[in-house]
Design a protein around this ligand. Structure first.
Ligand code: MF3
Ligand code: CO
Length: 257
């Protein structure tokens, strides 16, 4: 069942999403060669807790941390730990905030120091594909319209879209219906309706679309060990234009972009 949110509920998700954006920015300030992924996780945990909220992921199906931190060939769900970031890495930071009964969910992929041109292009095309997907997230459209917009953009650039993981509804639960694939055909899939809130989260690989799960039961990496990028926003479906409830504004202030 897809839960339709009231204007008041959507406003609460926006407040949760604003705090999430500020938590991301605190992490962004610390992304440098030499930092460990556990240190980044601690920054997010502290900031979210200090602001009276809870990290959505911690404890979700036994997940141990506040962030998923996915470096280079790790696509998503990397568990923070002793891993040290190095110049030239790309790192996806995925975070969720639970505030006043509502979750928000977003992800951003960073270059650590200077990255090579293909990695830069991978980040650029993945972020663009997220916004193209959001532009299709309209009342009356279908999830296939969103997936088609994402897939066609990244494939044009020679990259591939992960099939095994998808976006999702967001609200009182971190994961709700419907599923929101990042691939598909126009006019296929679940019909979107005003008041639905969904997370759109393209996972884009430089090489093969195929992924596998590591033995820790969480980490998803590319089968060919080539790099992967991930960007995510939580958005509310409207009649005219989707409203983005999470924000990269604070992150991009830190990055100066
Ligand atoms: N943003 C991620 C997703 O929607 C959440 C990570 S799952 C968790 O799949 F278990 F780590 F919370
Ligand atoms: Co998500």
């Amino acid at each position: 069942m897809v839960r339709i949110k009231s204007e008041e509920e959507i406003e609460l998700i926006r407040v949760s999403g604003d705090l999430l954006g500020r938590a991301h920015a605190e992490v962004a300030k610390a992304i440098k060669p030499g930092v460990t992924t556990a240190q980044l996780d601690q920054i997010a945990f502290q900031f979210i807790s200090d602001n009276g909220a809870k990290p959505s992921f911690k404890g979700y199906k036994g997940y141990p941390s506040s962030l998923c931190i996915s470096v280079n060939e790790v696509v998503v769900h990397g568990i923070p730990g002793a891993q040290v970031l190095s110049e030239g890495d790309i790192v996806s930071i995925d975070c969720g905030v639970f505030l006043k009964g509502f979750h928000s969910d977003s992800a951003y992929t960073y270059g650590v120091g200077t990255i090579d041109e293909t990695k830069r292009l991978l980040l650029e095309k993945t972020k663009e594909s997220l916004y193209l997907g959001i532009a299709q997230a309209l009342d009356g459209n279908r999830t296939g319209d969103v997936g088609f917009a994402v897939q066609s953009h990244v494939e044009k650039a020679g990259f591939s879209v992960v099939r095994d993981l998808v976006g999702h509804g967001v609200g009182q639960n971190l994961h709700e219906e419907p599923e929101v694939p990042n691939y598909g055909k126009r006019g296929n899939g679940v019909r979107l309706k005003e008041g639905m809130v969904i997370a759109i989260e393209p996972m884009v690989n430089m090489g093969t679309k195929n992924v596998l799960q590591e033995r820790d039961g969480w980490t998803i990496r590319t089968s060919d060990r080539k790099p992967s990028a991930h960007f995510e926003h939580t958005v509310a479906i409207k009649k005219g234009k989707a409203e983005i409830l999470t924000t990269f504004k604070y992150i991009e202030e830190v990055l100066g972009v």
